[in-house]
Design a protein around this ligand. Structure first.
Ligand code: PEP
Length: 260
C-alpha cells in the first residue's frame, strides 16, 4: 500500500503571521481527512520555525509534516542567500521532526532560475544525505505535449535525476507530475491524461528499480481543487497531490485531502 500524500506548496505567499494562522486552521480541520493521509505544508523559508512550533503545539506534527520549497545544490560555504539541505533537516531540536520534506525541481525553479537536471541531481543527493524526503517534480510544457514529445521529456527528467540514485535512496523519493500548462492556470489535466503519465513514470522507474517503483508515491499537481481531486485520486497510479493555489485556503486544502 503506497503512502497517500497531499502537499501544499505555498510558494512566495503569506506573512509569517498569516502562515501560522493558516496552519492552525488546517490543524483544526484534520478530523475531516482519513488518518492514513499524510499532509505536508511547505511554507516560505522565513516561516519554517514558527510553523514548526505551531505544529508541535497543535499536537498535529505527525499527520502534518513540514516541507521546504527548495534547497541549495552545495553542501555549505560562500553561497550568499542559499540554504542547505542540512540546515533544513536540523531545524528541529531533536524532540520534534522539523523539516522532513523538500520540493526539488518545481517548474518555476527550472524555468525562472535555470535549474537543470544536473543541478537538481546535486540537490536531490544532498537532501537525501541530510535525511530529507524529496518531492521531485517533473512535467511538460503544452508545446511539448502538442508535439508529442512529452513522454520522452518526462523520461529524461526521471532518468537524469533519479537513475543515479541507489535503491535505498529511491525509497525516500516522491515524484510529482505537474504539467506546466496546468499550474496556476485553472486548467487541470483530465484524470485519464494524468493517470497515463503517472503509469508511464512508474513504468520508467521500474525499468531500473523493478518492484520498488510500486512503493513510490506519485502525486499530481496543476490546478487541483476540491471539485476535481476525488476523480484524480481515484486513479490507480495517483497517490495524492502537490497543491499550489488551493493550499493557501485551509478549507480547500483539507477539502482536497478528504477526497480519497
Ligand atoms: C504548483 O505550483 O505546484 C501547483 C500545483 O500550483 P497550482 O495548484 O496553483 O496549479
Amino acid at each position: 500500500m503506497r503512502k497517500k500524500i497531499v502537499a501544499g506548496n505555498w510558494k512566495m505567499n503569506t506573512t509569517v503571521k498569516e502562515g501560522v494562522e493558516l496552519v492552525k486552521a488546517i490543524a483544526q480541520q484534520l478530523n475531516r481527512i482519513p488518518e492514513d493521509v499524510q499532509l505536508v505544508v511547505a511554507p516560505p523559508l522565513t516561516h519554517l520555525s514558527s510553523v514548526n512550533q505551531t505544529l508541535i503545539e497543535s499536537g498535529c506534527s505527525s499527520q502534518i509534516a513540514l516541507g521546504a520549497q527548495n534547497c541549495a545544490n552545495k553542501e555549505k560555504g560562500a553561497y550568499t542567500g542559499e540554504v542547505s539541505a542540512n540546515m533544513l533537516a536540523t531545524l528541529g531540536d531533536g524532540t520534534n521532526r522539523g523539516v522532513e520534506y523538500v520540493i526539488i525541481g518545481h517548474s518555476e525553479r527550472r524555468g525562472y532560475y535555470g535549474e537543470t537536471n544536473e543541478i537538481l541531481l546535486e540537490k536531490v543527493r544532498l537532501a537525501l544525505a541530510a535525511g530529507l524526503k524529496v518531492i521531485y517534480c517533473v512535467g511538460e510544457e503544452l508545446s511539448q505535449r502538442e508535439a508529442g514529445v512529452h513522454f520522452d521529456f518526462i523520461a529524461e527528467q526521471i532518468k537524469e535525476v533519479l537513475f543515479p540514485l541507489s535503491q535505498d535512496e529511491l525509497k525516500n523519493i516522491i515524484v510529482a507530475y505537474e504539467p506546466i500548462w496546468a499550474i496556476g492556470t485553472g486548467v487541470t489535466a483530465t484524470s485519464a491524461q494524468a493517470q497515463e503519465i503517472h503509469a508511464f513514470i512508474r513504468k520508467t522507474i521500474a525499468e531500473k528499480y523493478g518492484d520498488i517503483s510500486e512503493q513510490i508515491p506519485i502525486l499530481y499537481g496543476g490546478s487541483c481543487k476540491p471539485s476535481n481531486a476525488a476523480e484524480l485520486f481515484a486513479q490507480k497510479d495517483i497517490d495524492g497531490g502537490l497543491i499550489g493555489g488551493a493550499s493557501l485556503k485551509a478549507d480547500d486544502f483539507i477539502g482536497i485531502a478528504s477526497s480519497f
